[in-house]
Design a protein around this ligand. Structure first.
Ligand code: SF4
Length: 504
C-alpha cells in the first residue's frame, strides 16, 4: 500500500517523525485518520488539532494517525501525492473515518485536494458506506461552516475535545452508514448535512475541567519550531464587533490558573507558546511570562493587546526573547477603531512605541485591517500621519489584512469593500509611508475569496471543487463563483452582492 507514494515523501515523513518529541505511541482496535488540510508545519502549530490528537490517543480502544496536505501544494497547482498517515504510512482512504481540522475558509481547497488524491469523491453526495466517513471540525465552525455541508458527512461545532471520543465511538459502533448518520444527528453539537442540510448545530463548549489545552508533540519542523503550546485562557471578554471570539461566544473568557499552566510545562521545553484569543488579558500574564523568562525559557504569546502592555510586561517579554513587539492597531484611524469597539487608542500605541524603544526591541509591528465599513481616504491619511510619528520613535512594520465580514458577529453580511478599493487604499498607504515603515498586506483578491466563502453556503463550498480542478488560481475561483449565478435555486442576496462587487 505504501508504494502509492514516492520514496521522497516517505523519507520526509520518517525524518519528521524522528525529530518529534512527545508523540504518543499507541495501537488500538479502532484507529482513525486525523487530517490537517494544510502542510505539516502549519498543522503541527495548531493547538486545537494537537488537542484532539491527545483526546483520541488517551481514550481506551481508540487511536488516530496524522495526515497533512502535501507540501508541494503550497502556492502551486501541483496535485498532492496519495496522502498517507505519518504514524502508519497508510493511505488515508484505508481508515474508517477521516477527521479534518479546518481553521479557515481557504483550507477547503486543501481538504478537497487530499480527498481527491486519495481517490475519495469530495462531494458528499458522491460517497456512500464504502468510503471513509468524512468528519470536519475546527475554528471555522465558530463562524460559518456551511460551505462544508456539500463536502463532509458530519460537522463538529465548536470546542470538540470533550465530545470527539463519543462521536468516534458512535461511528465505530453504528452498523451502517445510515446508522452512523442517525447516531451523529442525535448529538447536540454535530451537524449531519444529509439530514440537516445547512441547518447548523449549537457550538460546543468544553467543560472547564478539560482546560487548558496543551500540545503533546513538539517539532523543529513546525511554524512554531520546538515550541510547547499551551492555552493560557480560552475565549475573550471583549466585544470587538467583527470577531467571532467576542464575549458572546461560549460565555466569554475562561482563565487557566497560573499554577496549572506552569505545572504542565515540561522541564525540557525551552520555548513556550502561550495561546488564547486574548492571552494578554490573563490577570497574571506578567507573572507567568516573568517566571518562564527567569527559568531561561523563550516565551511567545499568540496575541498582545496594546492597552495591556506595561513597562514591566514589555520588560518580561524582552527577557523572554522578544525582539519585535507585535500588537494591534486594528483600524487605520481613531474613528474606525472606535467603530469597531476596539479599546486600542492613539495613546496606547504611542506608549507601545516608547516601550519598544526603551526595551531595545528591533521594531514595533502593528496589525490592522483596511477596507472597513465607512472607511475613506481620510482614514488612510490619518494612518500615514500617525505611523510616521511612531516611526520617529522606533522602526515600524504594518501587517495589513483586508476586512472580511464573518457570520456570528455584529458586522455579519457587510459587503467586501472591493478588490480595487482595497488595493487603492493599500497603495496610498504604501506611498505615504515609503521609507518610513515596512508595509505588508495579505492579498485583496484572496480576501475576496475568503469573504465569499465566509458568507456563502453549500453551493460556494462545492464551487471550490471546480476552482481546484481549474488550477486553484484566483481566476479559477472567480469563474467558479460566477457560475453559481446560473444556478437559480440557490441564488442568495449575499452571493449576488459579492459577485457584483467582484465584477465592479
Ligand atoms: S480582543 Fe481579540 S479575541 Fe477579543 S473580541 Fe477583540 S479581536 Fe476578538
Amino acid at each position: 500500500m505504501t508504494l502509492l507514494t514516492s520514496p521522497q515523501l516517505r523519507e520526509t515523513i520518517r525524518t519528521r517523525l524522528a525529530d518529534e518529541t512527545g508523540r504518543i505511541a499507541k495501537q488500538a482496535p479502532y484507529t482513525i485518520a486525523l487530517a490537517y488540510p494544510s502542510p505539516y508545519n502549519a498543522g503541527m502549530s495548531s493547538l486545537g488539532y494537537l488537542r484532539i490528537y491527545r483526546s483520541l490517543m488517551e481514550s481506551p480502544g481508540l487511536a488516530c494517525d496524522r495526515a497533512f496536505l502535501d507540501d508541494v501544494c503550497m502556492g502551486s497547482a501541483v496535485a498532492p501525492e496519495h496522502p498517507i498517515t505519518y504514524e502508519a504510512l497508510r493511505p488515508i482512504d484505508a481508515y474508517p473515518v477521516i477527521a479534518f481540522s479546518v481553521a479557515y475558509e481557504l483550507e477547503l481547497a486543501g481538504m478537497i485536494k487530499m480527498l481527491e488524491a486519495a481517490g475519495i469523491p469530495p462531494r458528499r453526495e458522491d460517497r456512500d458506506g464504502r468510503h471513509p466517513f468524512i468528519l470536519a471540525g475546527g475554528p471555522l465552525t465558530f463562524s460559518n461552516p456551511t460551505p462544508l455541508t456539500g463536502l463532509v458527512d458530519g460537522i463538529v461545532m465548536g470546542e470538540s475535545e470533550g465530545i470527539i471520543v463519543d462521536i468516534i465511538e458512535a461511528l465505530r459502533d453504528a452498523p451502517s452508514r445510515n446508522a452512523q448518520l442517525d447516531a451523529l444527528a442525535a448529538m447536540p453539537n454535530v451537524c449531519v448535512p444529509a439530514l440537516h442540510g445547512e441547518r447548523l448545530a449549537a457550538i460546543a463548549a468544553a467543560d472547564n475541567s478539560l482546560l487548558p489545552a496543551w500540545a503533546p508533540i513538539r517539532t523543529p519542523h513546525a511554524e512554531f519550531s520546538n515550541m510547547f503550546l499551551i492555552e493560557a485562557e480560552r475565549g475573550c471578554s471583549r466585544a470587538c464587533n467583527y470577531c467571532v471570539m467576542r464575549r458572546s461566544t461560549n460565555g466569554g473568557m475562561r482563565i487557566a490558573p497560573m499554577e496549572k499552566i506552569l505545572g504542565l510545562i515540561p522541564d525540557d521545553a525551552k520555548r513556550i507558546g502561550l495561546v488564547g484569543a486574548a492571552v494578554s488579558d490573563h490577570p497574571k500574564i506578567v507573572q507567568i511570562v516573568s517566571t518562564l523568562a527567569d527559568q531561561g525559557r523563550e516565551v511567545s504569546l499568540s496575541s498582545l493587546r496594546p492597552d495591556r502592555l506595561s513597562d514591566e510586561f514589555v520588560g518580561a517579554l524582552k527577557k523572554g526573547g522578544y525582539r519585535t513587539l507585535t500588537t494591534a492597531m486594528d483600524g487605520p484611524s481613531e474613528r474606525l477603531r472606535e467603530a469597531l469597539e476596539r479599546k486600542a487608542r492613539v495613546r496606547h500605541l504611542e506608549k507601545c512605541a516608547e516601550m519598544a524603544r526603551k526595551h531595545q526591541m528591533d521594531r514595533l509591528k502593528l496589525y490592522l485591517m483596511i477596507g472597513l465599513p465607512g472607511e475613506t481616504d481620510a482614514d488612510i491619511d490619518e494612518c500615514v500621519a500617525f505611523t510616521t510619528e511612531l516611526s520617529r520613535v522606533v522602526p515600524i512594520a504594518l501587517g495589513i489584512a483586508p476586512f472580511c465580514s464573518k457570520r456570528n458577529t455584529p458586522l455579519d453580511k457587510l459587503p467586501y469593500a472591493g478588490i480595487e478599493v482595497v488595493n487603492d487604499r493599500l497603495d496610498r498607504l504604501k506611498r505615504g509611508l515609503k521609507g518610513r515603515a515596512d508595509v505588508r498586506s495579505t492579498s485583496a483578491k484572496w480576501a475576496w475569496v475568503e469573504y465569499v466563502l465566509a458568507q456563502g453556503g453549500a453551493a460556494e463550498g462545492l464551487a471550490v471543487i471546480e476552482a481546484v480542478h481549474n488550477g486553484g488560481t484566483f481566476a479559477a475561483y472567480k469563474k467558479a463563483f460566477k457560475n453559481l449565478e446560473a444556478a437559480p435555486p440557490r441564488e442568495t442576496t449575499a452571493r449576488r452582492r459579492h459577485l457584483a462587487i467582484a465584477s465592479a
